[in-house]
Design a protein around this ligand. Structure first.
Ligand SMILES: Nc1ncnc2c1ncn2[C@@H]1O[C@H](COP(=O)(O)OP(=O)(O)OP(=O)(O)O)[C@@H](O)[C@H]1O
Ligand SMILES: [Mg+2]
Length: 296
């Protein structure tokens, strides 16, 4: 992976949210790099800061310190028109397709929105591009004339991916993009993301709380816990020989397909991992960094 060109890097990112008169540190000195054509996973429990890092990269979270570079260009504090111009290189898919598909718009209208935002409508053959992205995600081109309510959740998520692809981005930030889908539909969408990567050399920042999904799709993975990185590296290394107790706990929480092995594991390890403070795991847990809340 190291010989691949670096597409995106976020270095020493600290994000603080304002809560009344106080600051809440949601991310502390977090770094992540995404090579061209690869999928980098970001895992961690709810509230660990995954979406905050995605938002920091997308210019939607208050970065207190650190630097975000896209293709070598410092984009940390780009705002307004210059930030929107990045939209042709970087797109996002979120858990809820309704955030990108307005229920009252036709699919065509939603799909062409990123082209409109980038002032690209005059430069591309819009009808052909709409057909192309719908076909790329396994939908019929006539889907363009319908509205979101006429599609299932999985189909809507495919359409959200089509919308992200329409500007020909190099990187797509997928924030829990498959989490709301049934397992079989999840697998279809993951395969679709893999196919698109092979065909177009796309990179993904793939956010999930589910280690089994991450194992399936990510080349590298970073584990976040309470706003700090616990561990990162090639997915095979992190998932087979995790170095950090929190990573081990996450892996143990991921379901195993074989019910007999799952039962054995529950008997043997889960009680230790979720043990009370004071025993072995509890004392390690006590060393984990905490979010800090500081006054102005
Ligand atoms: N706009 C905000 N203002 C204040 N605090 C926020 C804001 N957004 C997020 N937070 C806090 O920052 C922390 C990290 O939130 P974030 O949404 O990044 O977590 P996450 O890992 O994406 O969780 P989930 O798996 O539930 O999506 C949480 O404690 C959350 O309450
Ligand atoms: Mg989130």
């Amino acid at each position: 992976m190291t010989d691949r060109h670096l597409l995106l890097s976020a270095t020493n990112i600290t994000v603080k949210y304002r809560r009344g008169r106080q600051h809440f540190t949601a991310l502390h000195n977090v770094s992540i790099t995404i090579p061209e054509g690869s999928t980098v996973g970001l895992v961690g429990e709810s509230g660990s800061g995954k979406s905050t890092l995605a938002k920091a990269i997308l210019g939607l979270a208050p970065i207190a310190s650190g630097r975000v570079e896209l293709l070598g260009q410092d984009i940390t504090s780009l705002t307004g028109r210059r930030r929107r111009q990045l939209g042709s290189t970087m797109q996002a898919v979120f858990q809820d397709p309704n955030t990108s598909l307005n229920p009252s718009f036709t699919i065509r209208r939603s799909l062409t929105e990123p082209l409109r935002a980038q002032n690209l409508l005059a430069q591309v053959d819009v009808a052909a591009r709409v057909d192309e992205v719908l076909i790329a995600v396994g939908m019929e081109p006539d889907a363009a004339n319908r509205r979101p309510r006429q599609f299932s959740g999985g189909q809507r998520q495919r359409i959200s991916i089509a919308r992200a692809l329409i500007t020909n981005p190099k990187i797509v930030v997928c924030d829990e993009a498959v989490s709301a889908l049934d397992l079989s539909v999840q697998a279809q969408v993951l395969n679709l993301l893999n196919d698109l990567q092979r065909k177009h050399g796309l990179s993904y920042l793939f956010i999930s709380h589910d280690m089994s999904v991450v194992k399936h799709i990510c080349h590298e993975v970073t584990v976040l816990y309470r706003g700090e990185i616990k561990e990162s590296g090639p997915t095979s290394a992190v998932t087979t020989t995790p170095q950090d107790p929190y990573t081990k706990a996450l892996l143990l929480a991921a379901p195993i397909a074989d019910p007999r092995r799952q039962r054995e594991r529950q008997r043997s390890v889960i009680p230790q991992v979720f043990a009370e403070p004071g025993d072995d795991f509890g004392s390690q847990e006590a060393d984990f960094p905490r979010h800090s809340t500081t006054s102005d």
